[in-house]
Design a protein. Sequence first.
Length: 401
Amino acid sequence: MKVAVCGAGIAGLALANRLAAHGVEVVVLERSAAPRQQGYMVDFFGPGYDALEAMGLLPAARQVAYELDEAVLLDEHGNRRAALDPKQFANGPQLDFMRPDLEKVLRDSLPPDVPVRYGAALVDVDHDDTGVTVTLAGGDTVRADLLVGADGIHSTVRRLVFGPESDHLRYLGYQTAAFVFDAPDIHRATAGRFCLTDTIGRQMGFYGLRDGRVASYAVHRAPDPALPADPRTAVREIYRGLGWVVPEALDRCPPSDEMYYDQVAQIVVPRWSRGRVALLGDSCYAVSLLAGLGSSLAVAGAYVLAEQLHRTASIADALAGYERIWRPLAEEKQQTGRDGARWFLPETPMQLRLRRTALRFMRLPVVNRYVAAIVGGKSTAVIKNLTHDAAGAPTTGPAPR
């Protein structure tokens, strides 16, 4: 069996890793000319952690992880208003990564015979009962038994096969940015903490990186989903006046093409596969950046899909099993993302005060469980169950062509 994976992000690289481990021929197609360096800090816990462990990649992942012991909410003068331990929300072990670092772990773990073709933009997909033919922008074609679109919230595969983005994108009313910059004073001020502004309707966060730079993220309410023509100018205007270290950070904001900027949105697709084409990760079940679970669900979903393709007698049955197993959990996490949005970004002074009060009482078990349910959702054993099943039962072998 040959699988073409569109997208060399976390979902696509995780899928390529697991399929290759099962002896499947894989080619990864990525429209960007090179690995992308724009990114942000992600909390990685839950099913994705279990999947990394099952894939044998936890040791490599730990090498690039950050120790994030505390998140601190600060007012415009830098005074501490509240704090929390992010691991309280994880319902289990947690790692924190810069997104490009996790991608590099997955990329470096690929066998040498798995090609990752950069600059390979899809322009057409033709599929039938026997397979799929992908046409690239330069005119080259790739033939495979299965195409998996792991190409993100603005998926080309989804648009070409499942319909326009407007049919599937659920805008949540926020926009977000992330960039990395040099600022020794801010690096010292963060002192190993994830520092967030304690503000209404807009928020910036900062974390000092190993190389001395500072990673920042920003999120704000934006009723109009249209993206600005110049993200750098928009960020400098929107977050002006937040105080503390924000003015210096905005002065050091890089050009628009060196920063991340996008809508905060979810993707809802009625079915995740159509014939010999399937979707994975943000392309079909984006939970939104505010939920903090996207990277974990990308790796875990890739593991589930790869295991189903390995164990099931036909591609059609494998895709049905993947969706049957994984969709309920993905939808539950999407609901968690919607419910938790106001927690992450209060809209009124009352909501801001309620969040501060809740954080002060986080050490009480009843409050801890309540807030963890809002932010992290329920714990799940999907990956551990699959791993246990694999250890105790024979498989039917990889799905045929």
